[in-house]
Design a protein around this ligand. Structure first.
Ligand code: NAD
Length: 246
């Protein structure tokens, strides 16, 4: 049985599935990840700070202009379209699938998935830091200045994207739902993530099902699991892999 047949069989036979994903599922849609050799990482040289720093809570408030310059250039790509790694489970209406994603790009929702837990928030949601008014991504991107400000009279607060920056807590409700889904599932598919961002990466420890299938274009053999769970690695481009499934 080849990798594709193996994955197909595991999905077909599973009762409840969690698809735990990261930036690697969106690289085939034209959005750079962080840690691949072609990832965003190289762009940080331009700003002379690490990406953990530029994408941190403190940096946002101390250097909002630089944050937004980087964010708009590197983190937001409104032309990006979902690829088969986003579409596949939306088409499997016969399966109970929860998608847990570290991505902020909205592509799982764009692909028509309903049960999507966005651990790190979304570029689509933005709020004024003073009056909490909601703003769309279009407002952020078409704002005439670099730092988008609230349009409420007498407010003019800085608008902040609802994305979880380094130094910020993950949303409690999203975490709770993610843990529940992992505890109840029998198959965990981990796709396109380096599993290096915490606490998100540690969530997979809540999985007590039968099997984990890891799909990545690079070796990820450092995943440690102290439980008796079968781990299968499939190496390759995740969009291409899902495009071959029925
Ligand atoms: P990461 O950059 O640390 O790791 C991406 C992983 O995906 C790497 O292991 C890489 O080898 C693999 N990969 C890349 N392209 C692939 C492909 N086509 N097929 C299979 N595997 C592929 O990403 P991460 O683990 O998600 O952590 C980075 C953090 O940055 C996350 O918290 C996320 O919020 C954020 N981020 C999000 C986006 C996005 O929303 N699209 C983009 C960049 C970073």
């Amino acid at each position: 049985m080849n990798d594709i047949e193996y994955l197909q069989k595991a999905i077909d036979q599973a009762r409840k599935i969690v698809y735990f994903t990261g930036a690697g599922v969106s690289t085939e849609s034209g959005i750079k990840d962080f840690r691949s050799k072609d990832g965003i990482y190289n762009l940080y040289r331009k700003y002379g700070v690490s990406y953990e720093e530029i994408l941190s809570h403190d940096f946002f408030f101390d250097h909002t202009d630089i944050f937004y310059e980087f964010y708009k250039e590197s983190m937001v790509n409104r032309q990006a379209k979902p690829n088969p790694a986003h579409y596949y489970f939306a088409s499997r209406k016969d399966k109970d699938v929860t998608i847990i994603t570290q991505n902020i790009d909205d592509l799982f929702f764009k692909a028509g998935n309903k049960k999507v837990l966005e651990l790190h928030g979304s570029i689509m949601r933005n709020h004024c830091t003073k009056c909490n008014k909601f703003f769309s991504i279009d407002y952020i991107m078409s704002y005439p200045g670099n730092i988008p400000l609230c349009d409420n009279k007498n407010c003019h607060g800085i608008i902040k994207p609802d994305v979880v920056l380094y130094g910020e807590q993950l949303d409690y409700d999203t975490l709770k739902k993610s843990i529940l889904a992992l505890e109840q599932s029998d198959l965990l598919v981990v796709g396109g993530t380096s599993l290096k961002v915490y606490p998100a990466a540690s969530l997979i420890d809540y999985f007590h099902g039968k099997e984990i299938i890891v799909i990545n274009n690079e070796e990820l053999d450092y995943i440690q699991y102290d439980q008796e769970i079968k781990i299968t690695y499939i190496k390759g481009k995740i969009g291409e892999i899902f495009s071959k499934l029925k």
